[in-house]
Design a protein around this ligand. Structure first.
Ligand SMILES: Cc1ncc(COP(=O)(O)O)c(C=O)c1O
Length: 373
């Protein structure tokens, strides 16, 4: 981006930044200014490696969790029913379309186990979120990895072409982790319709709320071969509470539930109380999205300033190419003070960094600048 455009962007966002609590730090927002890192508000260790939300949990969720501790001697059946109802309504469905899990990781693993019971293969873009691969493989699925395009997008035609008579599962992460790219809604919908005629489609929507793309969850009302996995770990800022869920047709939910030793019981009463409160805190969710957008833009511009290629991100992390860096970029940046660079591909010098607070990102950019010269 040209310097003039950059200045315009900063000017346009000055009011918003002030409203979001960046007042007084605006001066240091100038990308050209040296010594960006404002260490006053920094945590002792800057963690930008797991795409967590640095602003959460919401104050309402924290209050609800604190209040729920005293009731933890009881099983959380009532709260479980309540949250399944609430989540169902949120997507124009009902509680029978919802299965709770200890994070969406549990949901991904459950779907992998369920589809693996008949052996075969699972088609997956690469790179993507691959935590479920291990479960899939131990249940007898072979992973068919489909490369992304050169500009790091998932091409649905290539995914569909990779499916064969042995395909039991197609996994799509939208927006994709680690690239942050999205499949436009119409294209995704068509891909789900076609793929689900042959196999189960597992759509991972961990980051949808950071994008402008709609959830595909309403499709599960009529499609038994679609599972949408969602989480409270990202926009809700509740990764440590381990709260996630699946949205699927009631018949599919019943089959998946049979793979949980105790269906819907993997989330604690405290976590459920927090999640319920967080669902009601729309202003907190909006604020997280707005802050993330601004800090992400700042970070992308700063990396581009260093001549890096940055993939347009629709999530809370950036994927960028540090070509020209001599040596091991991740080893060089990560230290006892910061964990910010993760590698997902063997070639091409592509790296992922999560979006933290403005102070954290300034520290990260400063660190990169110092090593970059
Ligand atoms: C795409 C994606 N799906 C699922 C998860 C798992 O989230 P959790 O198990 O915390 O809900 C993550 C975590 O980083 C993720 O990036």
């Amino acid at each position: 981006m040209e310097k003039l455009q950059r200045r315009d962007w900063l000017k346009q966002n000055a009011l918003l930044l002030a409203g979001l609590g960046f007042t007084g730090k605006l001066r240091s927002l100038g990308l050209e200014s040296p010594g960006l890192g404002d260490k006053k508000n920094m945590p002792p260790f800057v963690k930008l490696s797991a795409n967590e939300n640095p602003y959460g949990p919401s104050p309402l969720a924290q209050k609800a969790m604190a209040a729920a501790i005293a009731g933890s001697n009881r099983y959380a059946w009532q709260l479980t029913d309540e949250i399944r109802k609430k989540i169902g309504q949120l997507y124009g469905l009902d509680e029978n379309h919802v299965l709770m899990g200890a994070g969406s990781s549990e949901i991904l693993g459950t779907v992998a186990a369920f589809t693996g019971k008949n052996r075969g293969n699972a088609v997956s873009p690469h790179p993507t979120f691959r935590l479920w691969w291990q479960v899939a493989e131990s249940f007898g699925l072979t992973i068919k990895k489909v490369p992304l395009t050169a500009d790091k997008k998932i091409e649905t035609a290539t995914l569909l072409a990779a499916m064969d008579n042995n395909t039991k599962l197609l996994y799509i992460c939208n927006p994709n982790n680690p690239t942050g790219s999205v499949i436009p809604a119409e294209e995704l919908k068509k891909c789900i319709e076609r793929a689900s005629e042959k196999a189960m489609v597992l759509l991972d929507e961990a980051y949808t709320e950071y994008s402008d793309e709609p959830s595909m969850a309403p499709m599960v009302a009529t499609n038994k071969n679609l599972v949408v996995a969602k989480t409270f770990s990202k926009i809700h800022g509740m990764a440590g509470t381990r709260t996630g869920f699946a949205l699927a047709h009631p018949d599919t939910i019943r089959q998946l539930a049979a793979f949980q030793p105790w269906a819907n019981a993997g989330v604690s009463a405290v976590s459920l109380a927090g999640a319920l409160a967080s669902l009601d805190d729309s202003s907190f969710l909006k604020e997280c999205r707005a802050k993330n957008d601004i800090v992400k833009k700042y970070s992308a511009l700063a990396l581009e300033d260093m001549k890096m290629t940055v993939v347009p991100s629709h999530a809370n992390f950036l994927y960028y190419q540090a070509t020209g860096f001599t040596g091991d970029f991740s080893k060089s940046i990560n230290s006892s003070a910061i964990n910010a660079v993760r590698v997902f591909e063997d070639t091409g010098q592509w790296y992922r960094t999560s979006i933290g607070t403005m102070e954290e990102m300034k520290y990260f950019i400063d660190t990169v600048k110092a090593k970059w010269a």
